[in-house]
Design a protein around this ligand. Structure first.
Ligand code: URA
Length: 212
């Protein structure tokens, strides 16, 4: 598993406002959208394209288009949903599948509670959206699920990661021969005793959608 921290002043600027307690939900959603679009630019460097021949108003020309089958975007419910539009700005023709994973707040282990994905993901490039790579349990479980369905390249986009979560995902995926990259805006200091990223931004789902 490779980790790519996007080092860009605009990413750092938007992330700073996102973290602040005083940032309200509408602003949080807008900033998430903008940040994801910036991260998606980096995350799609290896998106698969094929050569095409086109005609401009002036002459024939060579170009590229996304290969078929198109990439699959997989937001992890619920907080990953807040990242979907930002990703679709760059990949409007990608298909979208949904994976509902919930973390048991006592054991911190993840389990699948909903799934709407093609049965066969053979040959598909997948972009997993999950804002917080905290303990790593959810991301590992999601990636293992997609690999079991046949997906052959996975890029996860996260806003923040904790070092403990990165280590766990690396260890969990050590035996998987599918390339996995995690693109993240920042790696924070640590996890606290209840599994929150420090300094982090709090509960991403609650900040996007309110406490339910
Ligand atoms: N999930 C969140 O939303 N925030 C954290 O800090 C950790 C997990």
């Amino acid at each position: 598993m490779d980790i790519h921290v996007v080092d860009h002043p605009l990413v750092a600027h938007k992330l700073t406002t996102l973290r602040e307690t005083t940032t309200d939900s509408p602003t949080f959603r807008r900033l998430t959208d903008e940040l994801v679009t910036l991260l998606a630019y980096e995350a799609t460097r290896d998106v698969r394209v094929e050569p095409v021949r086109i005609t401009t108003p002036v002459s024939p020309a060579e170009g590229v288009r996304l290969t078929s089958p198109k990439p699959l975007i997989v937001p992890i419910l619920r907080a990953g949903l807040g990242m979907l539009e930002g990703m679709q700005h760059l990949l409007p023709t990608a298909e979208v599948g949904f994976l509902g994973m919930i973390r048991n707040e006592e054991t911190l282990e993840a389990s699948t509670y909903a799934e709407r994905l093609p049965d066969d993901l053979a040959g598909r490039q997948c972009y997993v959206l999950d804002p917080m790579l905290a303990t790593g349990g959810t991301l590992s479980a999601a990636i293992e699920f997609l690999v079991a369905r046949g997906c052959d390249a996975i890029t996860a986009i996260c806003l923040l990661a904790a070092p403990e979560g990165i280590e766990r995902v690396k260890a969990d995926l050590a035996g998987i021969d599918v390339p996995v990259t995690v693109v993240v805006a920042a790696v924070d200091e640590k996890l606290n005793e209840v599994g929150y990223i420090v300094p982090g931004l709090g509960d991403a789902g609650d900040r996007l959608y309110g406490v339910v």
